[in-house]
Design a protein around this ligand. Structure first.
Ligand code: NAI
Ligand code: OAA
Length: 340
């Protein structure tokens, strides 16, 4: 049973093979935030996680103390910047590092408007991860993902420890939304809906491939509305929260699913997720990072799948995506070159 099918299946009902009992330390940087707290709780419920390390510039020890009372077997520790070696200790030995540290959007802002604040936060945390957890799977949640992933890659390169198979931009929320929205439209169970969403993680760079879904028949205005809702689902939440931030709970669910997928893959299961990775698919057009279906394995990225057949409408969406994506990626790279 996959994470998508039941939120608690992985915690409550999964049976564990012998290899599942191996130690798996997971670290969350930005753990006391709107995403960080529920994400940490979901990770505490995941029996594949044996050690949970929570770091934030404020509040992580309190969150850790609270979550540590949940009666699953993993250890939980909270770290803050003024602990001697706090961040380093949080990172050492981590198999997975999730980074939701940074500011969220307010109404009227694009994800790119977060760049000025979040670029340096991610750069500095990436430096620490490169130093203390160079072999971990790094999962970037902080926006703008299209730029923060290239930032992290450049930092790891500058430290001589970059492994493209271990760096992931978390776009899982787009997949979660797409399956939910299509199920609402078609009155189906979202557990049976899987929509491939490729590209990046902002506005028109989010490209749902409905022609490959269970409902290739969706056309005309219904298709346009559905595609728009998937591309701008984040704005729906930002607007509803009215200044109090962006998606946190659904994002925590999506981030926990992505972490679980990597833990399962590390233990030999074949798992496929759409995720934003260094990709050969559009390198000939100068685009180094792209989200498509990726088979995960013990080494992180096992196989990057091509986008596959698309119709004319989807080709139009892809063309618009590539234009924006190219700028977003270049912006991240330039930032590190100019602000190492
Ligand atoms: N990839 C995706 O699909 C999604 C990404 N996001 C992004 O996730 C980020 C976090 O969102 P929220 O949790 O709602 O924000 P938040 O403001 O509630 O939490 C962010 C946390 O990061 C911490 N933080 C800031 N600088 C830090 C540093 N240098 N080291 C460690 N911790 C630090 C803050 O203290 C705070 O606790 C935002 O950039 C948001 O845009 C949000 C939803 C979906
Ligand atoms: O919309 C935002 O700013 C947060 C986000 O990335 C999402 O909800 O997909």
């Amino acid at each position: 049973m996959s994470f998508a099918r039941s939120a608690f299946s992985f915690a409550q009902r999964r049976t564990f093979s012998v290899s599942a009992r191996q130690n798996s330390k997971v670290t969350v940087l930005g753990a006391a935030g709107g995403i960080g707290q529920p994400l940490s709780l979901l990770l505490k419920l995941n029996k594949r996680v044996t050690d949970l390390a929570l770091y934030d510039i404020r509040g992580a020890p309190g969150v850790a103390a609270d979550i540590s009372h949940v009666n699953s077997n993993s250890t939980v520790a909270g770290y803050k910047p003024d602990d001697a070696e706090g961040l380093a200790t949080a990172l050492k030995g981590a198999e997975i590092v999730l980074i939701p540290a940074g500011v969220p959007r307010k109404p009227g802002m694009t994800r790119d408007d977060l760049f000025n604040t979040n670029a340096s936060i991610v750069r500095d945390l990436a430096k620490a991860a490169a130093e203390h957890a160079p072999n971990a799977n790094i999962l970037i949640i902080s926006n703008p993902v299209n730029s923060t992933v290239p930032i992290t890659a450049e930092v790891f390169k500058s430290k001589g420890v970059y492994n493209p198979k271990r760096l992931f931009g978390v776009t899982t929320l787009d997949i979660v939304r797409a399956s939910r929205f299509i199920s609402q439209l078609k009155s189906t169970d979202p557990a049976n809906e899987e929509v491939t969403v490729v590209g990046g993680h902002s506005g028109v760079t989010i490209v749902p491939i409905l022609s490959q879904s269970n409902h290739p028949d969706i056309a005309g205005e219904a298709r346009d509305k559905l595609v728009n809702r998937i591309q701008f689902g984040g704005d729906e939440v930002v607007k509803a929260k009215d200044g109090a931030g962006s998606a946190t709970l659904s994002m925590a669910f999506a981030g926990a699913r992505m972490a679980d997928s990597l833990l399962r893959a590390a233990q030999g299961e074949n798992v496929v997720e759409c995720t934003f990775v260094e990709s050969p698919l559009y390198k000939d057009q100068g685009i180094d990072f792209f989200s498509s279906k990726v088979t995960l394995g013990p080494e992180g990225v096992k196989e990057i799948h091509p986008v596959g057949a698309v119709n004319e409408y989807e080709q139009g969406l892809l063309d618009a995506c590539l234009k924006d994506l190219s700028k977003n990626i270049a912006k991240g790279k330039t930032f590190v070159a100019e602000n190492p």
